[in-house]
Design a protein around this ligand. Structure first.
Ligand SMILES: NC(=O)C1=CN([C@@H]2O[C@H](COP(=O)(O)OP(=O)(O)OC[C@H]3O[C@@H](n4cnc5c(N)ncnc54)[C@H](OP(=O)(O)O)[C@@H]3O)[C@@H](O)[C@H]2O)C=CC1
Ligand SMILES: O=C1O[C@H](COP(=O)(O)O)[C@@H](O)[C@H](O)[C@H]1O
Length: 478
């Protein structure tokens, strides 16, 4: 891989959590991988008072220690100012001169539109010769379909799509990218990847963490908006997309957008929402969600959501996709479980076998990245008896992944101009369009919000959602 071209990463929100915990370790990893040149610099912008050394020192403990960080930290500068003031943008222009830049909006979402407008108005987005100017926009991109469309319209009135990098950090995760490789680089996948062989798909993003210090953001957002139209739909799209005709960014994004547009509008009965009460996750005491600072004491915001969705395409007709995500659950577990249809039973009718469990293919994204295929084999002995076993691939057994945040690939791609792992406007809008009927329903019908115990697998209604189809969730943490 070649080094990223010389550029400045301009981080709006450099004193925030995302910069510290995820961007800085990723930049250090890229440097250690030899993918950043000496001419890579960072210009951080925040509201807090301070100078270059204040920012560097605040990042020290989050960076991977070593020569790379020691050298890189000297190339970090800080600009104090309010994003709403013109002065900040004049100072950025002065600091950048003619350099290429990626403007990373690691800011609260209400600033996204206004910052892009100021960047454009000040001529900061103008490209010339080999000098590029790109803007990376964090999530949440909009609050619903109407606001996402409005934000897109605002930004696209000023910039071409080629300068816009809408982030979904799940796309930086190795296993997520590996879904594409597994599906399209292995012949046997495609042969069984359809409604003839697949019974249903489960997509889970379970977290043990509670809402904690993010009460103000979370209470206005909820689990559905926070995780589904973005992260979980990216996973769904990777599983359900048709083969692209190349690995070109637009070819892949076209296919993913088609899948998201094909999600049948869900009805109220296909959604379950829950909110955690008081309890324990492992040995940790967890206060009820309504006691979290900045959360309304009568809040009806969901901290858990489960959905049953259908993808109306030739390939997936009749295959349900069950999605669930929540906070304060029993285990951290992000996975995709593809359950195959049972084999015709006749062959085993004379054997002492009660039932043949279906084969499952599990893409485990977190905590440990792996791909596991459940299969049945014969138990040794004179009578035919089956035993469940697995074919496993665990990333850590073959590759070194530790300390990666997933942002490495995304940052490198922004600097090299590869938009494959970023979302185009219509993908984002298709995601919101698919969940909008549920959001509308929840506004109208205030009645259904189940409570669940911290440390559990979520509300009982989520189990019922599958049980009525004769199916069960894969156990969280298993
Ligand atoms: N944190 C995470 O794990 C993730 C975050 N994101 C997204 O990234 C974005 C940033 O999140 P996060 O870092 O957690 O947020 P924080 O609240 O921790 O940081 C916000 C940053 O914006 C700055 N800021 C806020 N208002 C102004 C203003 N008016 N003028 C100048 N600076 C201002 C803050 O400066 P100061 O602190 O100096 O006041 C701070 O640097 C959000 O859109 C979030 O949804 C996405 C995925 C994961
Ligand atoms: O975007 C978000 O993602 C995190 C989960 O990401 P992960 O990489 O840690 O699995 C989630 O906790 C957060 O609420 C959400 O805003």
């Amino acid at each position: 891989m070649k080094k990223a071209p010389p550029a400045t990463l301009v981080i709006f929100g450099a004193t925030g959590d995302l910069t510290r915990r995820l961007l800085v370790p990723a930049v250090t990893n890229l440097c250690t991988d030899g993918l950043l040149g000496k001419d890579f610099t960072i210009l951080g912008i925040g509201r807090s008072d301070g100078d270059d050394e204040m920012l560097r020192a605040s990042l020290d403990k989050f960076a991977t220690e070593g020569d790379c960080w020691r050298d890189l930290r000297k190339r970090i500068a800080y600009l104090q100012g309010d994003f709403t003031a013109d002065r900040v943008f004049d100072d950025v222009a002065k600091a950048l001169g003619d350099r290429s830049a990626v403007f990373y909006l690691a800011t609260p979402a209400q600033f996204f539109g206004a910052i892009v407008e100021k960047l454009a108005a000040k001529g900061l987005m103008a490209e010339a010769g080999s000098r590029f100017r790109r803007v990376a926009i964090e999530k949440p991109f909009g609050h619903d379909l109407a606001s996402a469309k409005a934000l897109d319209a605002r930004i696209l009135a000023l910039l071409p799509e080629s300068q816009i990098y809408r982030l979904d950090h799940f796309l930086g995760k190795e296993t997520v990218q590996n879904i594409l490789v597994a599906r399209f680089a292995n012949q046997w996948f495609e042969a069984v990847w359809n409604n003839r062989y697949i019974d249903h798909v489960q997509i889970t993003a379970a977290e043990t963490v509670e809402v904690g210090s993010r009460g103000s953001f979370y209470d206005a957002t909820g689990a559905l908006r926070d995780m589904v139209p973005n992260h979980l739909f990216q996973l769904l799209a990777m599983i359900a997309m048709e083969p692209p005709n190349s690995f070109d960014a637009d070819a892949i994004r076209d296919e993913k957008a088609k899948v998201l547009r094909a999600i049948r509008k869900p009805t109220a009965v296909c959604a379950v929402r829950g909110q955690y009460g008081k309890g324990r996750v492992g040995s940790r005491n967890v206060p009820a969600y309504r006691k979290v600072p900045d959360v309304a004491t009568d809040s009806r915001t969901e901290t858990y959501v489960a959905l049953k969705l259908e993808v109306d395409t030739w390939r997936w007709a009749g295959v349900p996709f069950y999605l669930r995500t929540g906070k304060a659950l029993a285990a951290r577990d992000t996975e995709i479980v593809v359950t195959f249809k049972a084999v015709p039973y006749a062959l085993f009718r004379d054997c002492p076998i009660d039932r043949l469990p279906a084969n499952r293919l599990i893409f485990q994204l977190q905590p440990d990245e792996s791909i596991v295929l459940d299969m049945l084999v014969k138990k040794p002995g004179p009578v035919i008896k089956t035993a469940g076993t697995t074919l496993d691939f665990t990333y850590a057994d073959h590759f070194k992944l530790s300390g990666r945040t997933g942002y490495e690939t995304l940052l490198y791609d922004m600097m090299t101009g590869d938009q494959t792992l970023f979302q185009r406007a219509e993908q984002i809008e298709a995601g919101w369009a698919a969940v909008q009927p549920i959001l509308d329903d929840w506004v109208k019908d205030k009645g259904r919000l189940e409570s669940y115990a911290p440390g559990s697998a979520g509300p009982a209604g989520a189990d019922a959602l599958l049980e009525r189809d004769g199916r069960f969730w894969h156990r969280i943490g298993q």
